[in-house]
Ligand binder design. Sequence first.
Ligand code: 7PJ
Length: 262
Amino acid sequence: MPNIMGILNVTPDSFSDGGDFFSIGDAIDRALFMVQEGATIIDIGGESSRPGADPVPTDIEIKRIIPVIYTLKKENIPVKLSIDTCKPEVMRRAVDAGVDIINDIMAMRAEGALEIAASSGVTVSLMHMQGRPRTMQQNPHYDDVISDVKHFLEERVHACIEAGISYEKIILDPGFGFGKTLEHNVELFKNLDMFQSLGFPILVGVSRKSMIGTILNNAPVSMRLYGSLALAVLAAQKGAAIIRVHDVKATQEVLRVLQTVS
Ligand code: 7PJ
């Protein structure tokens, strides 16, 4: 059964939490709840990367996420903690606070990011993105989306290895919704098993994403659970090692049933 990565958005503007403000206490409660529901990884993010989102200043991102990491470390829960950031300074502070995984939608392209990961020995998740969150959905284009994404990930693996990060510390992610049309996302999903040949665990993040909304006649975020579960099951069947989701209990149940009967 794949690992379930529960999403902990520590942002006031997170698109799938309806703009709720997360106090530290609420964020901790939410994390502990997701662990009870079956999450084996908690992915902590202080910057929204939804299409059109503005970057968050480094000091604000640090203020949001570091107290959450320290508090969760003190709880001694049997899960891995992941930091969803592309900023080296945030990575450094999160690693010092004890995170196990750096989940970087920029695939460690920011100056200094590789060095932090290499010297700390944490795991890195490398995600493909075309463009930047602000503008990435304006006109995505690929010659061949499968091979373009694959080549990008291979190049980033190479950069990681060169920097001294070991093979066992690398996770790859095709980056659903990041500079991709519905057709691109569908093509990638259909061919998800082709990414297995790269030889690394594959992370899939499709939970509540707009590709589901588009398929379901523009269903709003709150109506995308069943679509998300369908894709979680398919991703597991296609060999995904980690599935990144908002709805941990529902995902855990469908995956447990799938595992039992397959
Ligand atoms: C992803 C992510 C994803 C990884 C976000 C959202 C947008 N990290 N961070 N993969 N998506 N590794 O949750 O809809 O797909 S933020």
